[in-house]
Design a protein around this ligand. Structure first.
Ligand SMILES: CCCCCCCCCCCCCCCC(=O)SCCNC(=O)CCNC(=O)[C@H](O)C(C)(C)COP(=O)(O)OP(=O)(O)OC[C@H]1O[C@@H](n2cnc3c(N)ncnc32)[C@H](O)[C@@H]1OP(=O)(O)O
Length: 217
């Protein structure tokens, strides 16, 4: 497993040497895990989809539960502290290799904004074929974190995230989400983003990201 420092160069081209000292945040570094990590994560995503969509006979559920318990026993000895797992740090994988994140690919990452593309799956179902309303703030919040980072701002937390739902967000349909920094005022970074299906606006979002003070969690 090889590690490389995340790019923490500011928009002015100067490296942010204070990066590690903002708030109490651990430093996250991008990682390239071994060849089976992608297969493992995709397999787990398929299991998530199945776990919310099957209605299997009791004996089949019992078999599945036995296997899940065995799998958990295999993995449990390898639990590591926050920031050490490849989950969330594997830039080239959908959702950066984290099951928490929708499996979307980053298409653009820079000071002028971040765009990613992907689909919501059965796991993300809310009702009547639409994505759960709570999955959109998750997608937007993660995007906001990446936009702040790509803009070269210090580690910041979401103070507010305002989502407007403009149209139903379908499952299993290619979508894009894109946002950029509107303005910076002291510790405050104001960001807007849009979720689209083709040219159709599904949702838009405005967020205030606040730079953490030393020691803030
Ligand atoms: C491997 C490589 C990967 C690379 C690629 C990925 C990179 C990835 C990076 C990860 C980056 C993490 C991204 C986490 C993103 C979350 O999701 S964080 C989780 C959700 N957010 C939280 O839990 C935050 C909880 N809240 C807090 O901790 C505190 O309220 C805060 C936000 C730190 C602010 O507290 P504070 O420092 O005491 O701020 P305070 O003095 O009250 O306010 C400062 C100013 O902001 C204003 N303000 C504060 N809150 C609000 C509000 N809600 N509305 C309006 N104004 C407000 C105040 O009025 C004040 O304004 P001024 O008077 O100065 O004009």
């Amino acid at each position: 497993m090889s590690e490389q420092a995340a790019d923490v160069t500011g928009v002015d081209g100067k490296r942010d040497d204070d990066y590690e000292h903002h708030g109490g945040f651990p430093k996250y570094e991008a990682v390239t895990p071994g060849p089976d990590w992608a297969r493992f994560v995709e397999g787990m995503r398929t299991l998530q989809d199945l776990a919310v969509s099957v209605d299997a006979p009791d004996d089949v559920v019992a078999q599945a539960a036995d296997q899940v318990e065995k799998l958990a026993a295999v993995l449990t000895p390898y639990v590591v502290p926050e920031g050490r797992s490849p989950a969330g740090r594997t830039i080239e994988l959908p959702g950066r290799g984290s099951l928490l994140m929708p499996p979307w690919h980053i298409e653009k990452f820079g000071p002028d904004g971040v765009r990613s593309a992907g689909e919501f799956r059965r796991y993300h179902l809310g009702g009547n074929g639409a994505a759960h309303g709570g999955t959109l703030p998750l997608l937007f919040d993660d995007l906001m974190g990446m936009i702040v980072h790509a803009y070269g701002r210090p580690i910041s937390r979401t103070a507010y995230l305002h989502v407007n739902y403009r149209a139903i967000t379908p499952l299993n349909t290619p979508l894009t989400v894109e946002g950029s920094v509107d303005r910076v005022e002291g510790r405050k970074t104001f960001i807007t983003a849009q979720l689209k299906k083709g040219d159709t606006l599904l949702a838009d979002c405005e967020a205030l990201m606040l730079e953490l003070l030393p020691g803030q969690p």
